[in-house]
Design a protein around this ligand. Sequence first.
Ligand code: SF4
Length: 290
Amino acid sequence: MSKKKVAESVLALLQRQQPHNSKFTSTDGTLLEAVVPSVQSVRKQSKQKVQESQAEVIVATDVVPIEVQNQPLPVVANAPLKTEVAKQQEWQKAPTLDILYSHIHTCMNCSLGATRLRFVFGVGSPNAKLLVIGEAPGEEEDKQGEPFVGRAGQLLTKMLEAINFTREEIYIANILKCRPPKNRRPTSEEVVECEPYLWKQIELLQPVVILALGLTAAETLFKEKLTMKDVRGKERTYKNIPTIITYHPAALLRNPEWKKPAWEDIQLVMRTYNSLIEKTNPEWKKTIKQ
Ligand code: SF4
C-alpha cells in the first residue's frame, strides 16, 4: 500500500474517532504523513511511553495494524522476570542479617546452587566491628554450612584470639556463598551473581575494619590484579571501610614462613580497629594477648 493511501486510511480512522479535532481535518494526508514516522518511533519505545502521549496513543492504537503491525516489540535481552525482580528487591530491603538469610539461602542464581551441600551465609555477631572476608566455602565449610572451619579456620581463630578477638564478636563471610567444585577460583559470572549479597551484609553490619584473606578474595573485592607483596602490610579502602589484606590461613598452613608477615598484618588490623573505636568506645580497644 502506498504511503499516501496509508495516510488517507489512517486519517479517515482518526476523523471518525475525533470528528472535532482540527488536527485531523486535512484531506490530502500531509499532516498525517508527518504523524506516521513519529508513530513508528514511538512504537519502538516501550508501551508505557506510548501511553504518555495522548495524540500518539490514538495514532498508535489505530495506525499500527496498517503500517507497523509486523514490527516486533522491543525485547530486552535477559530481562529478569517480574517475580525475580520482586524477589531481588525483597532481599535488598532486608533490615537484618537473619531476614537477608531467609531471602537468599535457597538461591540458585548460578550453577553452584546445584552442586553445593550447604549454603554458607556467614557467621558471627550482627554487631561485629571486624568483618573477615574469604573467597568461597571449601569442602568442610560446604559440609558444615559455616565459613572458615577445619584446619584453616582453626588457625584463623587462633590469629584473631592473639589480638583478643573471639569468633563470636566478629563476623566471617565469603564472597561466594556456595562451594565451587574442587575449590576452583570463582568465575566472574558467579561473582557477579553472589557479591551483592556480601555488599548487603556489609551494609547491615557497618564494620569499622575489614580483613580480607587471600589474594583471590582481595582481587575479587578490588577488581584488579594484585600481588600479596604489594598489598599486605597496608591499609586500603573497600566501600569506604579500612581494609587490610593478608594471606589466607590455608596458604599459611602450606607456607609457615608467611606466618610472620601475616601476624604483622593482624596487628595492623588491631591498630586500625583501635584507632577507629577509641573515640566512641575506648573500652572496646584490643591488645595483644599475653
Ligand atoms: S554462589 Fe551465590 S549466586 Fe551462586 S547459587 Fe550460591 S548463593 Fe546463589
